[in-house]
Write a protein that binds this ligand. Structure first.
Ligand code: ATP
Length: 444
């Protein structure tokens, strides 16, 4: 994991938040490469889940909502983790994550077994809306995006004119005051979620849960996380929330162990019923054809943006032994991102930076591609070094403009460039005018 963390910092993927002040535990910033990767992931999720489907509608809810929402959802009362203190070194831990030996738990910090009894610690971060810090003005930063989709169910149903089954999708920030943020960005206090609430009739709930599990596995494959790398954990009855009739956790083998990327849960009619009860508003669905009124059931595929970004980074990271061109070998660090996820799609290099005709042509190619994709123009250092820099950020294609391109070696190759492929390191010569379509097809 250290190598991945170091590359992420060195190449501008992820930085500690407030780093120059010592950071803040559980908070992270995404740098120039990280933000592109994250956007590609969110955009592709949105495309798959909203744009390519007829049965979905999107929304973007506020982070702070009326406190009554969290009372109705049960979060104010029960959204907590069991916390213990070590009486010896005073460290705080989640009771359910303590290591144990001979059936006895101990402090992972100092090894002491002298721990307090677990007590419930509410994970919602608090603030005040308004000038007075009173109980009346107390608000929470949402710990999940889901509730906005339940609360707006009726508005969205009416304005989108959807019929059951249909879903609402949302991407947004969520906050949890995790007792022990850890494993890099995996468990943070501020993170982003990509959530779907898919509303249906009760009799379709279980089948749709399996349907969404399959859809989500396809999604991970399409972003470069192969199916065998994801373990499906069918949560047993005894461990599921009482309202859920089926829950699958999708787990990825991170370097620190198998851990949850996403949950697909059949939540029955629990959420809408709770909001009907607490708000007194009718959130039922009326089936025109059958003349029936009922509370829809819901299937919730809930994924973490940051955890998926981390999985993409872990999956892509590779060190290879390659020929160094001098008869020996060298280590190449390469990120094998799927081209549609790669932060930069194409590196563009003039062979030499002190030849104005090469520079001008390379810049013109870069400018022509910019409206269609993220490109990186680089003229510094030997070509091999420039390729390596792009390999480290996972750029799938590199284009070199040389003397052939500018017609100095005759008209046959004029206006052609070399296109170098990241994974195979193979190069081919193609007309510069074909670049856009060639790359666009691969990154779509
Ligand atoms: P965990 O058991 O790991 O705490 P959870 O089961 O509480 O997670 P959910 O409430 O189901 O998580 O949230 C849905 C998704 O949101 C998770 O699958 C995960 O991808 C993401 N997520 C939840 N908590 C965090 C966090 N602290 N940091 C980053 N992502 C998170």
């Amino acid at each position: 994991m250290e190598k991945i963390v170091s590359l992420c910092k060195r190449r501008g993927f992820i930085f500690q938040s407030s780093e120059i002040y010592g950071g803040l535990n559980g908070f992270w910033d995404y740098g120039p490469m990280g933000v592109e990767l994250k956007r590609n992931l969110k955009d592709f999720w949105w495309r798959r889940v909203v744009h390519e489907r007829d049965d979905m509608a999107g929304m973007d809810g506020s982070i702070i909502m009326n406190r009554a929402v969290w009372r109705a959802s049960g979060h104010e009362e029960t959204f907590s983790d069991p916390m213990v203190d070590c009486k010896n070194c005073k460290a705080r831990h989640r009771a359910d994550q303590l290591p144990h030996k001979n059936d006895e738990t101990y402090c992972p910090n100092c090894g002491s077994r002298d721990l307090t009894e677990p007590r419930a610690f509410n994970l919602m971060l608090k603030s005040y809306a308004g000038p007075i810090e009173s109980d009346e003005n107390l608000v929470y930063l949402r710990p999940e995006t889901a509730q906005a989709m339940f609360v707006q169910f009726k508005n969205i149903l009416e304005t989108s004119r959807k019929k059951l089954p249909f879903g609402i999708a949302q991407i947004g920030k969520a906050f949890r005051n995790e007792i022990n943020p850890r494993n890099y960005t995996f468990r943070s206090r501020e993170f982003e979620q990509m959530e779907i609430e898919y509303f249906c009739r009760a009799e379709d709930g279980l089948a749709l849960t399996d349907y969404w599990l399959e859809e989500r596995l396809k999604f991970y494959e399409d972003i470069g996380i192969p199916r065998p790398k994801i373990k499906i954990h069918d949560i047993p009855d005894s461990e599921r929330a009482f309202y859920s009739k089926k829950t699958y956790d999708l787990e990825y083998e991170f370097p620190f162990g198998l851990s949850e990327l996403e949950g697909v849960a059949y939540r029955t009619d629990y959420d809408l019923s709770a909001h009907i009860k607490h708000s007194g508003r009718p959130l039922e669905y009326f089936d025109d054809e059958k003349k029936e009124k009922f509370v829809p059931h819901v299937v919730e595929p809930s994924a973490g943006v940051d955890r998926t970004v981390l999985a993409l980074i872990c999956e892509a990271y590779d060190e290879e032994e390659v020929a160094d061109g001098k008869g020996g070998s060298e280590t190449r660090t390469v990120m094998h991102f799927h081209p549609r996820m790669a932060p930069v799609k194409c590196g563009i290099f003039p062979l030499l930076k002190n030849k104005p005709a090469l520079v001008e042509k390379a810049r013109a190619i870069a400018d022509a591609l910019r409206p269609h994709m993220m490109v990186f123009y680089d003229e510094a250092g030997a070509i091999g070094r420039r390729y390596r820099r792009q390999d480290e950020i996972g750029t799938p294609f590199c284009v070199t403009v040389d003397f052939d391109t500018i017609g100095e070696n005759g008209p046959e190759n004029a206006d052609t460039v070399t296109l170098r492929h990241r994974d195979s390191m193979q190069q081919e010569r193609i007309p510069a005018g074909e670049l856009k379509d060639r790359i666009a097809t691969a990154i779509f």
